[in-house]
Each structure stands twice: as structure tokens, then as C-alpha cells.
Design a protein around this ligand. Structure first.
Ligand SMILES: Cc1ncc(COP(=O)(O)O)c(C=O)c1O
Length: 382
């Protein structure tokens, strides 16, 4: 992809060299099943154990609190659909209207079974307010689930405060950290988190592997019936290569976090100030508390999907917040929840930078974008 400017890291990040190197033996000669008793199996088991330790270390957790899944969506489903986290008296889940569909659609499905849930409103910066959560919490609340950082506008949530308020009301706290893990520091103990979802492909690991942190003593229950893998809670032969690649990518991201955060946020800020010179461009998300690589906007009178295609013609990969639903472009639920009018939300664009982006990439985006916005407005008759 070297001919392209890749600026869609929130969709997926390129596989890191360290992850590929760590995975290669397990994709080739080390194909043993981690549950087999002979030497090849034991080598795979040791690699899985070592990876679990590294991941636990990166999040301030114990290795026996890390469970491997296939992706962030699966981890979110596990938590939202676990009957063991609820009881007859406590069965309500409180979440937010700006969560990923992995949470929202699972809650919707749960609602059909008669189990209550409530979605908190976000403020205009996409932050979930602790006082709003306190008002919603009650003795019937079993679980609160608020994402650590938003995938569309990059807003970082006050997780520790939200978790503290949840605990005071006797509820457990889950965070979807799919966008935050590997990008901002995470310490499950300091953050007082009980459950946390993460996914390798967002921080330089391979696709098809993710994980769930379950704090000791939290009864998340059995998710996949099968063999006894993952301490009997999630059956299925371990994806050794994926697990090892995820651990290597996370270790590398954490080692480089300080330096990368600085470099990437300098590029992001340069991009933001350049884009804000385009008339009718507005930054979306929290100007202060945002992920280092996220620069997201709405453009008055423009169409996000058209912008994506116009930038693609210039070799730039970015994404729009809108989603195609029943053949029509629906504005993003996140932007609408932030109070952005539908007309304006249709003109959304998300640019997400990563460690390999350069000054030249920013220059190219800033060269191409004003004309793309003008052409999109023209096509929309604005
Ligand atoms: C916040 C958030 N949660 C969950 C997911 C789903 O993760 P996965 O692609 O690993 O299923 C995503 C993916 O974009 C995400 O951004």
C-alpha cells in the first residue's frame, strides 16, 4: 500500500513487523495444537502463555484475567449477553448512545428478551458525563458499559470516574477499549474496570484475534461451549499465531506509546488546523480529550461518502461516518447523538493517523481535500 496515504487506522491498522515476525513460526513449522501433550503442543502452549503474560502486563492485569476471543465484537457480545452478570433483582444494563454497534445491536437484541437497558446521552463533544450516569444508576443496575474512546470522533471518556460511580451503586463496569488499547495508557486496576474488550487489528496485530479482560471474581460465565480452552469459558482451539502476534503488537505499541503519541498528535494538530481553514469545516469530538491520531470533521453542504471516493481517486484512504442502510446513506448515530443536525452529519469525514504517517501525508491530504469538498458541494447543488 506504499503508493497510498493510509489514514484510516481506526478501521484497521497495518500489521506491525514485530507482530509478523513473532507470528511466522506459528504460521509455518510450529503448527502444534496448544492443547496437545507432545513437545510441539507444549511449545505452542508456552507461546500462548507468554503472550497472555505480556498482554496482562500491558494492561496492569493478571494473566489469568485475560481471555482470548476472535475480535472486539465477540468480546462485547460475551459481556452484553452474559446472564451470569445479571440477577433477578439486578438485570439492567446502562450504556451510551455513542457506542459501537457491537454493543448497541447486542443490547437491542437483548431488549427483545425483556431485559432492560438504557442509553445515556453524550454531550456535544461526545463525552459521557458522570453526573448523567449517577442519575441513571439504581439498585436494579447490573452493569454499566461505556467505551474508553469513541471510534468515530476519537473522544476519550472519563473511565475511572464512570467506573467509580458504577461501583458505588453496586454495578459492574465494562469498557469497550477497542480504539483505546495500544494508543493511550490503560491500567485496569487504576481505571477500576471489571471487564474490558480489545482487538488486535486496531494496534498493529492481525485480524481475527481479540480479547476480554475479566477481573478475578467477576462471574462472566461460559461464552462458548466446547473444549476446556480459556479456563473452560471460551472453547475453541487457540489461534496461536494470532495470539502471539497480538501480544507482540501490543508490547511494541506500549513501548513506543510516548514517542508515537507525541509525533502523531503533532501531525494530527497540523491536519486539524489546515482543515479548519476550509470554509464550513468543523472539528467533531472533544478538542482536548481525544485519541492522538483522530482528526474528524463535518463539512457543511458536502457528502461524506463522496469525499471518501474523491480522496480515494487521489490515493488517500479515509472514511465517512455515515453508514449505508436500506440503500440510503444514514448519518452516523454518534454525530446525531452529539446533537449535530442530520444535514451536517451527512458531510462527515474521519481521518485517523498512525505511526507510519508522515508530514508529506498531511501535506497531500491538505492539498487534495479543499477541492474534494468543493466538488462534493457542487455535486450536491450547494
Ligand atoms: C469501539 C469499537 N468497538 C468494537 C469494534 C469491533 O471490533 P472488531 O473489528 O475487532 O470486531 C470496533 C471496530 O471498529 C470499535 O471501533
Amino acid at each position: 500500500m506504499s503508493d497510498f496515504v493510509y489514514a484510516d487506522h481506526a478501521a484497521t491498522a497495518p500489521l506491525s513487523k514485530a507482530a509478523l515476525k513473532a507470528m511466522m513460526p506459528f504460521l509455518t513449522e510450529e503448527y502444534g495444537n496448544a492443547s496437545s501433550a507432545y513437545a510441539a503442543g507444549r511449545r505452542a502452549r508456552r507461546a500462548v502463555d507468554r503472550a497472555r503474560e505480556k498482554i496482562a502486563d500491558a494492561f496492569g492485569a493478571h494473566p489469568d484475567e485475560i481471555y482470548f476471543t476472535s475480535c472486539g465484537t465477540e468480546s462485547d457480545n460475551w459481556v452484553m449477553r452474559s446472564p451470569e452478570l445479571c440477577s433477578e433483582k439486578k438485570k439492567k444494563i446502562i450504556s451510551s448512545s455513542v457506542e459501537h454497534h457491537a454493543i448497541l445491536n447486542t443490547l437491542e437484541a437483548r431488549k427483545h428478551t425483556g431485559l432492560p437497558s438504557e442509553l445515556l446521552k453524550a454531550d456535544s463533544n461526545c463525552r459521557i458525563n458522570v453526573s448523567r450516569l449517577k442519575e441513571a444508576l439504581g439498585s436494579s443496575t447490573a452493569l454499566v458499559s461505556i467505551m474508553a474512546a469513541n471510534n468515530e470522533v476519537g473522544t476519550v471518556m472519563p473511565i475511572a470516574e464512570l467506573a467509580e460511580a458504577s461501583h458505588k451503586a453496586g454495578a459492574l463496569f465494562h469498557t469497550d477499549a477497542v480504539q483505546a488499547a495500544g494508543h493511550i495508557p490503560i491500567d485496569v486496576e487504576k481505571g477500576r474496570v471489571d471487564l474490558m474488550s480489545f482487538s488486535a487489528h486496531k494496534f498493529g496485530g492481525p485480524k481475527g484475534i481479540g480479547g476480554l479482560y475479566i477481573c478475578r471474581g467477576v462471574p462472566a460465565g461460559r461464552w462458548l461451549y466446547g473444549g476446556g480452552q480459556e479456563r473452560g469459558l471460551r472453547g475453541g482451539t487457540e489461534n496461536t499465531a494470532g495470539i502471539v502476534g497480538m501480544a507482540a503488537a501490543l508490547e511494541e505499541s506500549c513501548e513506543n506509546m510516548e514517542k508515537d503519541t507525541h509525533r502523531i498528535s503533532v501531525l494530527r494538530d497540523e491536519l486539524i488546523s489546515g482543515v479548519q481553514k476550509i470554509p464550513g469545516a468543523h472539528l467533531t469530538g472533544d478538542p482536548e480529550n481525544r485519541l492522538p491520531g483522530n482528526a474528524s470533521f463535518v463539512f457543511e453542504g458536502a457528502e461524506g461518502e463522496a469525499l471518501v471516493l474523491l480522496l480515494d481517486q487521489a490515493g488517500i484512504c479515509v472514511s465517512a461516518g455515515s453508514a449505508c442502510s436500506a440503500g440510503a446513506l444514514e448519518p452516523s448515530h454518534v454525530l446525531l447523538a452529539m446533537g449535530i443536525p442530520p444535514e451536517l452529519a451527512r458531510g462527515s469525514l474521519r481521518i485517523t493517523l498512525g505511526a507510519e504517517n508522515t508530514e508529506d501525508d498531511i501535506r497531500k491530504i491538505l492539498e487534495v481535500l479543499p477541492d474534494a469538498v468543493a466538488r462534493s458541494r457542487e455535486a450536491a447543488g450547494k
